[in-house]
Design a protein around this ligand. Structure first.
Ligand SMILES: Nc1nc2c(ncn2[C@@H]2O[C@H](COP(=O)(O)OP(=O)(O)OP(=O)(O)O)[C@@H](O)[C@H]2O)c(=O)[nH]1
Ligand SMILES: [Mg+2]
Length: 376
């Protein structure tokens, strides 16, 4: 959001270094540098492929979004998404980093209806690198600072949002091995304002010298960091099948029928991240964020679900049961899950049921065991 300087009487009362007041600036287009990182096959490119479709699914209670692709790489990605979802075209993963440019605009439903300009547009410059270069899968192989990797690190140093994709259905050893080094390469010196004491505040108002100096600490420059758990369709499907096999398939109250999509909606993103990665990974991300930066965990599935509520893709990322369907029928049925909400956070810092804010409480470790000894 655009920030304007406070002027007039307010300026006299304003304390230097205090956060400036954010004023709505309808129709503003703000440039946004972003980077998406994660191991090979963690679903980075599929997520980008699904953004166009996900933005245009309007959801009750959420702002309306528009998506417009702004460069060749993004036009191609959208075209390829159609072919890949139809089971055509080969998906070999990203070979060389791609630079995408696209706009995401946000409207209230009413404004859109009345043809008003968007409340805000983010013009994204987003880098999609090959995951293998950033998170080498060979045991013992170190991150090589190739030209490609350096370009990602450079973008990470100036990015206002960073998205880390983690495939929930896989082993996370590459994250443990390489994430600390990668984030460590992206940090730069950031000025961290000290807490003002009342004496300092008084002196500043009276324009007297103060002892105040900001600290400089190595931190990420980003305003928003999203840990995005991907391929939620797969864990929901596995859970759905296990419950059915064990005869424990009981729809919760209010559901007449319980499908994998309903299970996916029940997943608590932060609890899932703590179970999959451990709280230490969340803490290590938090340790490189500057004060005030937003940290969130999201759950998503770019492959998403068929409108029947079953996963659209199998575990190898191939569409299920497409033989019986025409191309337009396939595309009509594809519902990306949590992708729109991930973009709402990456672009505007908005939280939602599938993208939740990480608080101090979430960063505490559980006791290893909770032993209670009964006393007489
Ligand atoms: N079932 C399922 N498969 C997915 C999903 N997202 C991605 N895949 C599949 O996972 C594989 C890897 O997805 P990509 O998006 O190419 O992964 P990436 O992180 O870009 O990988 P690199 O480009 O190699 O770094 C592909 O076969 C996708 O079809 C999903 O939400 N559900
Ligand atoms: Mg890719």
């Amino acid at each position: 959001m655009e920030t304007d300087d406070v002027t007039g009487t307010d300026a006299l009362l304003s304390i230097p270094d205090s956060p400036s007041v954010a004023l709505p600036n309808r129709g503003a287009v703000n440039a946004e540098r972003a980077v998406i990182i994660g191991p090979k096959d963690s679903g980075k490119t599929k997520l980008l492929m699904a953004i166009h479709r996900a933005c245009h699914i309007q959801v009750r209670g959420q702002p309306s979004l528009d998506f417009a692709s702004r460069n060749e790489a993004t036009h191609n990605l959208i075209r390829r998404s159609v072919e890949i979802m139809m089971g055509k075209g080969r998906d070999l993963g990203t070979q060389r980093g791609e630079d995408h440019e696209f706009d995401i605009s946000e409207y209230s439903e009413r404004d859109r209806e009345r043809g008003m300009p968007p409340r805000e547009t983010r013009h994204f410059h987003l880098k999609d690198p090959p995951g293998e270069a950033l998170f080498p899968s060979h045991v013992g192989k170190e991150l090589q600072l190739s030209k490609e990797v350096v370009a990602v690190i450079d973008q990470g140093r100036v990015a206002s949002s960073i998205v880390l994709c983690v495939d929930v259905s896989r082993s996370q050893t590459q994250i443990y091995r390489h994430l600390p080094r990668l984030l460590g390469e992206m940090v730069t010196d950031q000025l961290i304002p000290q807490q003002h004491s009342w004496v300092d505040i008084g002196r500043r108002i009276l324009r007297q010298p103060t002892s105040y100096t900001p600290w400089t600490l190595p931190r990420l420059a980003c305003e928003r960091f999203l840990l995005l758990l991907t391929k939620a369709d797969q864990i929901s499907d596995i859970a759905f099948r296990r419950l059915r096999k064990a005869g424990k398939y009981v729809p919760p109250p209010g559901f007449s029928y319980f499908r994998p999509i309903d299970l996916a909606q029940q997943i608590a993103p932060i609890a899932q991240a703590r179970a999959v990665l451990g709280v230490e990974v969340l803490n290590s991300i938090k340790s490189v964020l500057k004060p005030g930066a937003q940290l969130a965990v999201g759950i998503s599935s770019a492959g998403g679900f068929d409108i029947s509520g079953m996963p659209f893709l199998n575990k190898d990322g191939r569409p299920i049961g497409i033989e019986a369907m025409s191309g337009s029928e396939i595309l009509r049925r594809w519902l990306p899950f949590g992708v729109r909400e991930a973009m709402l956070f990456a672009a505007f810092g908005a939280y939602s049921p599938t993208v939740q804010r990480v608080t101090v409480e979430h960063l505490r470790s559980e006791p290893a065991c909770d032993v209670r000894i009964a006393t007489a």
